[in-house]
Write a protein that binds this ligand. Structure first.
Ligand code: ATP
Length: 465
């Protein structure tokens, strides 16, 4: 099974320390969330898997980490200053402000049985564009009105990659096709944030720009779509909760030749099956738009430079054909937070024990689990058991995230580890003092086996994968 709804995950996340509401003691901030001890481990594991898979395990991708605040001109030429907006409507009746294309996701406050905009008293203004970029000012002397000091918090990490294309190309001596990957925070002043960490104003992205020849772009685009579906499946996400959505011509960004979204079933509780799905990540063929728009060279019909501010030509010289051109780019863009939510929802399961009590088991892939092993003494009032358990924990912790816990009876301790997705528990009992063996308990099957301490670490390493 998977989680019946996002609310189940919200409560588990708070109860167990994955995610807390931000500024909670001051009443929260609507759509901001803080990652707790387990959440930060899970997010790091997801990011590391992504980074290793793309940057370390392949031969054709480099990583970078660009600044969040860039020269404002970057956002002018990328098109974000003029086009990065969502359609906004106000309701004159309830005074609510909504994203026009997402009205179905919001309940009307005056008539909660229907979506916003469809209640009998709803009175919406015509939609108007609202730019999603957060504004700030740079420098100590600036005032909020000072246009020359205006800057933005980046709304995507991708642009930091495009403007570094020539730098990476020159320093790494790459040949097409090759990619540049980046993980980092992005900021969007979303009109209607919500659904927990699904849509927030501050979030983290994992983006990769794969540069190639125009003629190879359609094939590589399809390959990256297939690869990313495979990646989510390799992390344990069930195929029945994933599907692809081909963006229609009228939905495509102005620069994109094709864009396919990978959707996840974030809303399984909705009666209408088509409304159960929403975007987990997008994979776009962005053509040569970005490298061209940031280049100093291209000119219009009258010979006027399209970008008079750039000092660099971001074209590529092909040694074999002696031709210079602007590469196409395939962009797989994923959100860390949406990936984490999908992974938590998918891992959620319930099981009844032999006393008829319901237990939550988070069947996280062992590679993603925040804690790999919990070492538990069968009795905490027996110093020899406690000492042996603590010493096993110390031995294991350099190679795998291990915790020690003696704050309850063994049944309760197992249940706690099941609920946070710890794949293995190691229990030290009185026999252990005599035979040097411990009990290894498996999270998913609850099966227990006796294992000698001399082979414990090796055996755990193999099982964790
Ligand atoms: P949406 O249509 O849901 O607003 P988008 O198509 O604008 O998303 P992209 O610009 O393609 O999103 O960003 C790539 C990825 O970044 C998304 O697939 C999503 O995983 C993540 N993302 C985008 N906006 C948010 C947000 N406000 N909160 C959390 N994650 C986000």
């Amino acid at each position: 099974m998977s989680a019946p709804n996002i609310e189940t995950i919200v409560s588990l996340a708070k109860r167990r320390g994955f995610v807390y509401p931000a500024s909670e003691i001051y009443g929260g901030l609507g759509s901001a969330w803080d990652y707790g001890p387990l959440g930060v481990e899970l997010a790091n594991n997801i990011k590391n898997k992504w980074w290793n898979w793309l940057v370390h395990e392949r031969d054709d991708i480099e990583g970078i980490d660009s600044a969040i605040i860039q020269n404002r001109l970057l956002w002018k030429y990328s098109g974000h200053e003029t086009t990065f907006s969502d359609p906004l409507v106000d309701c004159r009746a309830c005074k609510g402000r909504y994203r026009f294309d997402k009205l179905q996701d919001v309940k009307c406050p005056l008539d909660p049985s229907v979506c916003a905009g469809s209640g009998k008293d709803c009175d919406l203004t015509p939609p108007r564009d609202f730019n999603l970029m957060f504004r700030t000012t740079i420098g100590a002397v600036s005032t909020d009105e000072d246009e020359s000091a205006l800057a933005y918090l980046r709304p995507e990490t991708a642009q930091g990659i495009f403007v570094n294309f020539a730098n990476v190309l020159n320093t790494s001596r790459r040949k097409l096709p090759f990619g540049i990957a980046q993980i980092g925070k992005s900021f969007r002043n979303e009109v209607t944030p919500g659904n927990f960490i699904f849509r927030t104003r501050e979030f983290e992205q994992m983006e990769m720009e794969y540069f190639c020849r125009a003629e190879d772009a359609p094939r590589l685009h399809q390959e990256w779509i297939d690869s990313f579906v495979g990646w989510f499946r390799s992390l344990g996400v069930s195929v029945k909760n994933l599907k692809l959505y081909e963006q229609q011509k009228n939905e495509l960004a102005h620069y994109a030749a094709r864009c396919v979204d990978i959707l996840y079933r974030f809303f399984p509780e909705r009666d209408d099956e088509t409304k159960q799905w929403d975007e987990l990540m997008g994979i776009a063929n962005r053509t040569d738009f970005d490298l061209k728009t940031h280049s100093k060279k291209p000119e219009d019909a009258e010979g006027k430079r399209l970008n008079p501010d750039s000092t660099e030509d971001l074209s590529y010289f092909d040694e074999a054909t002696k031709q210079r051109f602007y590469p196409y780019c395939i962009e797989p863009a994923a959100g860390v937070n949406r990936a984490l939510l999908a992974i938590l929802m998918d891992a959620y399961s319930e099981k009844t024990n032999d006393k008829g009590e319901m237990r939550v088991i988070l069947k996280l892939s062992p590679q993603l689990a925040p804690i790999k092993v919990a070492v538990l003494p069968l009795a905490k009032n027996k110093p020899e058991l406690v000492e042996m358990a603590k010493s096993i924990k110390r031995d294991l912790q350099p190679s795998m995230r291990t915790v020690y816990d003696d704050t309850g009876g063994i049944g309760k301790l197992y249940a706690r580890q099941d609920e946070i997705g710890t794949p293995f528990c190691v229990t030290v009992d009185h026999e252990s003092l005599v035979d040097g063996a411990v009990t290894l308990r498996d999270r998913d099957s609850w099966a227990q086996e006796r294992i000698n301490l001399s082979v414990l670490e090796d055996s755990l390493q193999k099982r964790l994968g």
